[in-house]
Design a protein around this ligand. Sequence first.
Ligand code: SF4
Length: 408
Amino acid sequence: MNERQLIFESVLPSELDPSRFSKPVIDGVEQPLTITLIAGDNVVQQPVEKKLAASIEDDFDDDELVAFAENLENIPPEILLKEEKQKKDRPNNPLFKYRRGVLSVSDLSAQIWCEQQLTYKFLYPFILNDDGEIKRVDDKPHMLRGTSLHLERELEIQIKVTIECKTREDSYGVRLLNMIQGIHGLLTWNKPNERYITREMPIFGNMYGGKLYFRGIIDEINFDPRTNQLEVVEFKTRASRTAPKAQQTYTHEIQVNIYRTLLDELIQGQVDKSLYFQRFNLESTMLLSDSVKNEYNQRGFTNVETLENAFDLLVKLSFQMPTITTNGAIEYILQSDKTWKHRKEFERDERHLEELLIKSEPYWLSKRQPQGVDIEDAYKCQWCDYKDICTWREEKSNEFSRKKRRLN
Ligand code: SF4
């Protein structure tokens, strides 16, 4: 096992510029409770009038969101105007409307599970649960438990270090530093009989030069110097002590394959620098704050003054990697007992991934309507939070009844 590595976290300043957040926007509108049972009927409430500027959830965590909200009152009018203008200039499609031009890798997994459900999550992210509480649809106890287990795994080999940031560029400088550190650690690994492991590595890119741009966090990258094998591992948690079924592992495998492709494109230098700065809405030549520059310096990465310098360093180091990824694996851990594990290794199917991207892209670019599950996947609807309002499900059920009537 490696010595404990450092992983950097950015802390945001008290003043933020909301016009430059790259968070998915729910049409610039705060989403209230959207589905209510009234006299036995599900009533869908429409979002209320615009209250806030863009939400920032994709970029920042809850504490940062609170800091943002606290600072809203201090936003100068010219910044709000800039925000309005940027909103008008953005294409009106799900990619820009909900994700500001950058998808997370889990967006694609969610789309593969059910595109209609993903669309409902964008439109109606809050639901009334059985206890009468308004909850974000993804805030389920097992999901929260999964997050804490992920953190535990991360801290097994890493120590978190906080870096104070003043700008979004600083914050992205910290992300790039985590990538640079992880890759530099592998390049300088001097234990020929031991695996090198790094966890929680950010990744980004547009696979195969496509129109969709992705970002994500790779749970684990490990390298075995004895075999020259580089492996990407995804951690998942399970509620029951059983191996997951093929339908469940399918989306997880796709996720790992996306990470492998993004990592390989980085290693092979197939990354478009200007597209990175454009999609994340970053100023490449803005000087990084001293706190960030010092951290680069202390790790031995001198001459990093701007985000562009950091990006160039990342590409240079990645290009020196001894191999591209050879293996992909998913490790399932039981939520109630960490000693129970199930590991699945699998081959990469690049063609299948390319086909999936070709199928997914038109939805994000508003070239077609969202689609729900096929009849053979109807089991997914049983646990769906939107089953009572789903028009796709209703249409399929009507279609089925019509066919049945014709046959009788
Ligand atoms: S009810 Fe079924 S088709 Fe409709 S959103 Fe949910 S999973 Fe998809």
